[in-house]
Design a protein around this ligand. Structure first.
Ligand code: PLP
Length: 391
């Protein structure tokens, strides 16, 4: 260990850099790469949303906002949850606007986790869940969701991991990286479980609007007795193609939101003002654009799912988000070997399943938030790779 490395905090030393970024760096040095690696819409933010930011700048809106976010945006978020989920949140006390869901996740964990508290995390899951838990001083307890159950998590699977230190259940459905969703009946069982063990639930619902199953997204706070114990995280990055605007939010009971606001106040102060104005426009008038983008993702989803099936790579049919998680064990490669060999020989970037937890071994994550032409070309290249590279 170098002299500076040994002076780093043990928490920071114990977390690895994101396994997603590694493949971006390889891809960045190559020409003719097709990337199925990034979890980012290929659409530009709809014009009316961009325009509201331009007008904001023209009118001189360049200041800080209230720590919790502008009253307009908080009120729109409250209206949205009333309309969409029949949930009542006070714009005054129950909503905090953050710099992306990333910040909301970090704040939620830092607010409720004391040193040594255990956080139950179904995996495979988004790369930040374990890392942010560790940075908050907590202990991530990973519980593998099974493909046989369409990557849904059940209380029976979680129960053996409960200890007196278990404090939080951290879930993310629709799921990154598997594309799994949870139906109301699945969530109701988790709600009973949360109540039985008096857990705080952090529910990352950033992909809530990206569903293709026909059934509606249920917000975890909608379930009986769950609103008070649930911190709902959501944002604009995925559904409105607004990753670069960095706007997310947390909803919860007034005490927890006030405590999260304290950290936000000292570390971030507020989210950018013009991005908050754009978010207001997204909630007021953006739904029609969002629905068009979701319809297009659905077309791409079908293409990529059929493509993998035809070439003999088993895959769970994703029902939400914009990822597919095919099983590559038939090739004889590990997830990492597969991803590395594929990018080097066919210039197709995807992410090894292990970037999302050990239970992701044997899978790779492909994002289909890219054009039909690129997906078709990537599928042809992957098929070619399989012909030439069976181990
Ligand atoms: N949660 C999940 C499940 C994600 O996939 C992502 C981004 O990929 C985030 C949170 C972070 O989103 P944001 O851009 O709002 O910080």
């Amino acid at each position: 260990m170098s002299k500076w490395e040994e002076r780093l905090s043990p928490q920071v030393r114990s977390i690895a850099p994101s396994g997603i970024r590694k493949f971006f760096d390889i891809a960045a040095k190559m020409e003719d790469v097709i990337s199925l690696g990034v979890g980012e819409p290929d659409f530009v933010t709809p014009w009316s949303i961009r325009e509201s930011c331009v007008y904001g700048l023209e009118r001189g809106y360049t200041s800080y906002t209230a720590n919790r976010g502008t009253p307009e945006l908080r009120q729109e978020i409250a209206n949205h949850f009333k309309r969409r989920h029949d949930l009542t949140y006070s714009a005054e006390t129950d909503i905090l606007v953050t710099v992306g869901v990333s910040e909301a996740l970090d704040l939620a964990l830092r607010t409720v986790v004391s040193p040594g508290d255990e956080v139950l995390i179904p995996e495979p899951c988004y790369v930040s869940y374990q890392a942010c838990t560790i940075l908050a001083g907590g202990v991530p307890v990973n519980v593998a969701a099974k493909i046989d159950n369409e990557f849904r998590i059940t209380p029976e699977e979680l129960e053996p991991y409960v200890t007196p230190r278990t404090k939080v259940l951290l879930i993310g459905y629709p799921n990154n990286p598997t594309g799994a969703i949870m139906e109301r009946s699945d969530l109701e069982k988790l709600a009973d479980f949360a109540e039985k063990y008096n857990l705080i639930v952090i529910s990352d619902e950033i992909y809530g609007d990206l569903r293709y199953s026909g059934s509606d997204h249920i917000c975890f706070a909608q379930l009986p007795n769950m609103q008070d114990r649930t911190i709902v995280l959501n944002g604009f990055s995925k559904a409105y193609a607004m990753t670069g605007w960095r706007i997310g939010y947390a909803l919860g009971n007034p005490e927890i939101i006030a405590a999260m606001t304290k950290i936000h106040q000292y570390t971030m102060l507020c989210a950018p003002i013009t991005a908050q104005m754009a978010a207001v426009e997204a909630l007021r008038h953006g739904e029609k654009y969002m629905k068009k983008m979701v319809a297009e993702y659905n077309r791409r989803r079908k293409l990529i799912y059929d493509g993998f099936k035809k070439m003999g790579l088993d895959s769970f049919e994703p029902k939400g988000a914009f990822y597919i998680f095919p099983n590559i064990t038939s090739t004889g490669y590990t997830s990492s070997e597969f991803a590395e060999a594929l990018i080097n020989s066919e210039h197709v970037a995807l992410v090894p399943g292990t970037a999302f937890g050990q239970s992701g071994e044997g899978h790779v994550r492909c994002s289909y938030a890219t054009s039909i032409d690129k997906i078709s070309e990537a599928l042809a290249r992957i098929e070619n790779f399989l012909k030439n590279h069976k181990k």
